[in-house]
Design a protein around this ligand. Structure first.
Ligand SMILES: [Mg+2]
Length: 185
């Protein structure tokens, strides 16, 4: 029997900022992505005495990192064991809103900024002290202005191979800080 790897990705219950979690399911080729579960007591989503949470696949794309012919990344939403939306599942309310306004066109975009670190310092910061003030880094060009471009390019390439709606990248105002943006479908 042949198998593929499905990386289930979900949003945890972290506060003030939720984080991504993921784990891998090995699935026989030809079988649909199943409902799955996880231990919510380690993700701020359940108490230890009743820790089961449900993962329901809602979207999948080819996995651009593992690159196996059937491997996929799976966006999953979190449900309670009675299959109602978990309190950390903000997607459920978003789906209702999207359905209510499905005859209208969405015109918003989304950007995500992030910063690379090397050890305990942002990538590109000098070993002692601080970098020069902002001004040259935003949309900067050249290895004296931007840091980590090799990783950024690989990330963009992976997003495009996965078929995600990424719409651009740029260096941001601090050394080691970058942005990617996306559009609504
Ligand atoms: Mg920005």
């Amino acid at each position: 029997m042949k198998f593929y790897r499905a990386e289930y990705i979900w949003i945890d219950g972290g506060k003030p900022t939720a984080k991504l979690r993921s784990k891998t399911k090995v699935v026989p080729v030809g079988e649909e992505l199943p409902i799955w579960g996880f231990d919510g007591s380690s993700t701020n989503q359940a108490p230890g005495f009743n820790s089961d949470c449900v993962l329901r696949p809602v979207y999948s794309v080819p996995d651009p990192v593992r690159k196996g012919p059937n491997d996929v990344l799976v966006l999953a939403e979190v449900l309670n064991t009675d299959m109602t939306p978990h309190e950390t599942n903000t997607r459920a309310a978003c789906v209702e809103t999207a359905k209510r306004f499905e005859d209208q066109e969405a015109i918003f975009g989304i950007e995500q900024e992030y910063t690379f670190f090397r050890g305990t310092r942002p990538l590109g910061f000098p070993n002692g002290g601080f970098p020069a003030p902002q001004g040259g880094y935003y949309c900067g060009v050249g290895s004296d202005e931007v840091f980590g471009r090799d990783v950024v390019e690989k990330h963009l390439d992976a997003c495009l191979r996965a078929g995600l709606l990424i719409s651009g990248i740029n260096a941001e105002v601090m050394p080691g800080q970058w942005e990617f943006s996306g559009w609504s479908p």
